[in-house]
Design a protein around this ligand. Structure first.
Ligand SMILES: Cc1cc2nc3c(=O)[nH]c(=O)nc-3n(C[C@H](O)[C@H](O)[C@H](O)COP(=O)(O)OP(=O)(O)OC[C@H]3O[C@@H](n4cnc5c(N)ncnc54)[C@H](O)[C@@H]3O)c2cc1C
Length: 409
């Protein structure tokens, strides 16, 4: 057994190149953009696309995709290093074309799409010419249970006709296509086999964006969509009939972990800021950093961030080594999402009123962190699945050992 966390010189080089690119190109680009409402759209696009062109020139593009698709061909452990550097800035993942939901959709298309679908959708997505969304959640039924999906598709000759209602569809406002999940089977053998996935061009007749839902972090592209007699050709089905659930699960494993990698970057920023502030703020005779109450917050955050990193690296290792990763990804997703909220909250506390203001990024980070606890699987659903696997492991083997990461301890 070897446990070795050192990077090869090539990987260390990639990590440092990403870090310098973030510092030298993306941070200044973001500063130039400032508040999006105060900048002309033309200037906004010029800066954004300029950063993407530079990223491609620098060879930091599609870290999650194989080289034959123009990517860097990194495994999930290696990807963790890149995502954790990229997400130190708001636009980093977008500049490197590894942002949600496109990144998860690329994985899905790579695995499930026909050659024709890859040519029409995956290729332009990889080049950055197209952008996408994933449309599953519905207002009328619990998104936590995809067997309840009500959006229906029926066959009419060579076409499928789709009717339904979706919401919180990230990026739908800008996307050139959607991967849409709809019910196609009335009486499936298993409840999980009722849904199929379709690729839908946007705009399409029958696909209407009702609004961008106003959320805690603003109205930033999570759209409500009405689907009325939307017609797609039979060739628009992604994967087979009844495989929509399977495809969603396949997509969500790596996509959830990629969220965790980006959340680690945010948590680290919050901890860095917490320590920096505590070293510069004086109260009741000493620096905040010298007070035990503050040290406990720093210590708790440090331990949680350490756990988060280990869990993400181990889950990524299991994906890379084709081992079952469902439980490890669930545990990582649950833990990192909650640790992120707690660490940002402590950092706000140490900053006092400044932390509550929008003079630092902490307030915005806190608002974004809140959705992490239920999007892509609510805390309680992950806990339910983790417990089921632990109980099953005990029943099968007389021990819970395999359910705790199956580690040699
Ligand atoms: C910012 C943001 C972006 C999103 N982007 C997308 C997107 O791009 N595409 C998309 O399809 N969806 C998207 N979603 C939706 C997201 O995936 C759903 O919110 C999530 O699946 C939960 O579904 P729900 O909101 O219907 O909550 P519900 O399923 O109604 O659950 C509500 C709560 O009930 C509890 N609960 C549910 N089931 C159980 C259980 N079995 N045991 C115990 N407690 C339970 C949990 O506390 C849960 O938070 C996004 C959401 C947000 C906030």
């Amino acid at each position: 057994m070897s446990i070795d966390f050192t990077l090869t010189p090539e990987l260390e080089d990639i990590r440092l190149r990403v870090r310098s690119f973030v510092d030298e190109v993306i941070k200044p680009g973001e500063a130039e953009i400032g508040a999006t409402e105060n900048i002309e759209r033309e200037d906004y696009l010029r800066i954004l696309l300029g950063m993407r062109a530079k990223a491609q020139e620098a060879g930091i593009w599609l870290p999650h995709m194989p080289e034959e698709w123009g990517g860097m061909g990194l495994g999930h452990v290696e990807l963790a290093m890149v995502q954790a550097e990229a997400a130190k800035t708001r636009l980093g993942p977008w500049v490197f074309n590894c942002q949600a939901p496109d990144e998860g959709n690329m994985h899905t298309l790579l695995h499930w799409a026909t050659e024709e679908q890859k040519e029409n959708y995956l290729k332009p997505l990889c080049k950055g010419y197209k952008t996408s969304c994933f449309a599953m959640t519905e207002p009328e039924v619990a998104g936590s249970d995809p067997t309840l999906i009500q959006t229906k598709a029926y066959q009419d000759g060579d076409e499928w006709v789709i009717n339904g209602h979706k919401w919180f569809i990230s990026n739908a406002h800008r996307a050139s296509f959607a991967i849409l999940i709809a019910r196609t089977e009335d009486d499936p053998d298993l409840p999980q086999a009722a849904n199929s996935a379709f690729i839908v061009d946007i705009p399409s007749e029958g696909w209407t964006e009702v609004r961008e839902v106003e959320t805690m972090h603003g109205s930033t592209g999570h759209s409500e969509i009405r689907i009325e007699d939307l017609r797609v050709p039979a060739s628009a089905m992604l994967g087979g009939r009844g495989q929509g659930h399977l495809l969603g699960q396949y997509r969500l494993g790596p996509a959830r972990l990629a969220h965790c990698m980006r959340w680690i970057a945010q948590a680290e920023m919050a901890l860095d800021m917490m320590v920096d502030r505590s070293l510069n703020r004086f109260s009741h005779g000493s620096l905040l950093a010298e007070k035990q109450g503050i040290q406990w917050m720093i210590a708790d955050s440090t331990m949680e961030l350490y756990q988060a990193k280990l869990m993400v690296l181990h889950a990524a290792y299991r994906i890379d080594n084709k081992l079952d990763f469902k439980s490890e990804v669930s545990m990582a997703k649950h833990f990192v999402a909650n640790a992120l909220g707690r660490i940002i909250d402590r950092s706000i506390q140490v900053h006092g009123a400044l932390g509550y203001s929008t003079d630092t990024p902490l307030a915005s980070m806190y608002q974004h962190a809140r959705w992490a606890r239920f999007a892509d699987g609510a805390d309680e659903v992950h806990q339910m699945r983790i417990a089921q696997r632990t109980i099953a492991a005990y029943k099968d083997t007389g021990s819970t050992r395999t359910a705790t990461g199956d580690l040699p301890l």
